[in-house]
Design a protein around this ligand. Structure first.
Ligand code: PMP
Length: 399
């Protein structure tokens, strides 16, 4: 018997496994609506102009590449702090936020989860039902118990807000609550401003610990509007974790660039928390990579490049909205009689299409159109060329 003879094969990742199947598919008309990647009109992952310009500047500089400090590039995470909390924010002024550069959003969640399992090993983590698949897996792997709070109301094509409030209101003090501030993945349904007021209230009244996972700031509304839930939590007092990703908003998926912010009571506490977070990083990967942090900080720190980025971000947001509208219209034109207007009301890259697993499997096997078994499709991968065949195929499986 060898060391590995008892190792069983793990199931493929539900989303990345889908891409593997897509790549292996030989049909020319195949469409990948499975993975959460924004594509432009021509079906390509864009290189943003602001990123191209920043990269040119960085490369022209030809600077050496020493190790970054454990928490990453300070220019970078200070600019990110201002992006999240607003410039001149109280948390920046008082220094009561611990900031770190991380390996994108996933890395921020993982560093936060490892730290939480150290300071609060018996706490339960609640994630929305449903949530991004990795939330549950990641917090479980960090040694915490994970449960869910009600979120999606299938029959209403919306949010079960009463259920959500009830579940949060019944959670034990100290429970960690993972929340999506905008562009909820996978459903595409976000809380409105009034609902956020109520969520912040119940989280604080019950003494729960909010962990806001912000992977799409600026993909729904303005940068400030999308970060509004984060700022509400800050104003309400108490601890707060925020994970940030620039995968989508800078189209920098492979650079693995993100951040973790931990808001504490005061600067002294933040310094102690930071010292522990640094150990989590040191014992995992020692320190983060340079390039993505340089690109993002070059863009955010230069008024012209920043304006260009906001314009490019706005263009991605508008294109997604236009594709939602076009998909609903395309479905009607293809003869769908059910009301599909909810797709246009959703926000962000994803749509819970309401299709069943059987219908999703038919889309895959008969038409080469890949979405998740749960009916999630990435509307940011639709374009004028694939829209008609996708609409026709969905119409066919809905018939
Ligand atoms: N959180 C959510 C809600 C996401 O949708 C994603 C990306 N699919 C992530 C975190 C992490 O992505 P990344 O590690 O590329 O930043």
């Amino acid at each position: 018997m060898s060391l590995f003879s008892q190792v069983t094969a793990a199931p493929p990742d539900p989303i990345l496994g889908l891409t593997e199947a897509f790549v292996a598919d030989q049909r020319p008309g195949k469409v990948n609506l499975g993975v959460g990647v924004y594509q432009d009109e021509s079906g390509k992952v864009p290189v943003l102009e602001c990123v191209r310009e920043a990269s040119d500047r960085i490369n022209a500089e030809g600077a050496p590449r020493p190790y970054l400090p454990i928490p990453g590039l300070a220019t970078y995470y200070n600019l990110v702090r201002d992006l999240i909390f607003g410039s001149g924010s109280e948390v920046a002024e008082t220094g009561r936020v611990a900031m770190l550069q991380t390996l994108s959003g996933t890395g921020a969640l993982k560093v936060g989860a490892d730290f939480l399992s150290q300071v609060s090993p018996d706490a339960t983590v609640l994630v929305s039902d449903p949530s991004w698949e990795n939330h549950q897996a990641l917090f479980t792997r960090a040694g915490l118990k994970v449960g869910t709070y009600r979120y999606y109301d299938e029959s209403a094509h919306g949010i079960d807000f009463a259920g959500m409030l009830e579940d949060l209101g019944a959670a034990a003090p100290g429970t960690i609550v993972v929340l999506h501030p905008c562009c909820h993945n996978p459903t595409g349904y976000d809380l409105n401003d009034e609902q956020w007021v109520e969520v912040v209230k119940v989280v604080r009244e019950r003494g729960l610990v909010p962990f806001v996972d912000m992977a799409y700031q600026g993909f729904s509304r303005s940068l400030a509007d999308d970060a509004a839930p984060v700022r509400r939590f800050v104003e309400s007092g108490g601890p707060l974790f925020v994970s940030v990703s620039f995968s989508k908003t800078f189209s920098l998926y492979g650079e693995r660039i993100g951040a973790l912010a931990v808001v504490c009571d005061d600067a002294d506490q933040a310094a102690r928390v930071l010292s522990q977070l640094k150990i989590v990083i040191r014992t995992n990967y020692s320190n983060p990579p340079t390039f993505g942090a340089k690109v993002v900080s070059t863009v955010l720190g230069d008024p012209e490049l920043r304006a260009l980025w906001e314009a490019e971000l706005g263009a991605m947001r508008d294109r997604i909205k236009a594709m939602r509208r076009a998909l609903v219209d395309g479905l009607v034109a293809a003869g769908v009689e059910q009301d599909m207007e909810f797709i246009a009301r959703q926000v962000g890259m994803f749509s819970y299409s309401g299709l069943t697993k059987e219908q999703m499997l038919r889309l895959r096997s008969e038409f080469g159109i890949y979405g998740t078994d749960k009916g999630r499709i990435c509307v940011a991968a639709l374009n004028p060329r694939n829209l008609d065949p996708v609409s026709a195929a969905i119409a066919e499986v809905l018939r």
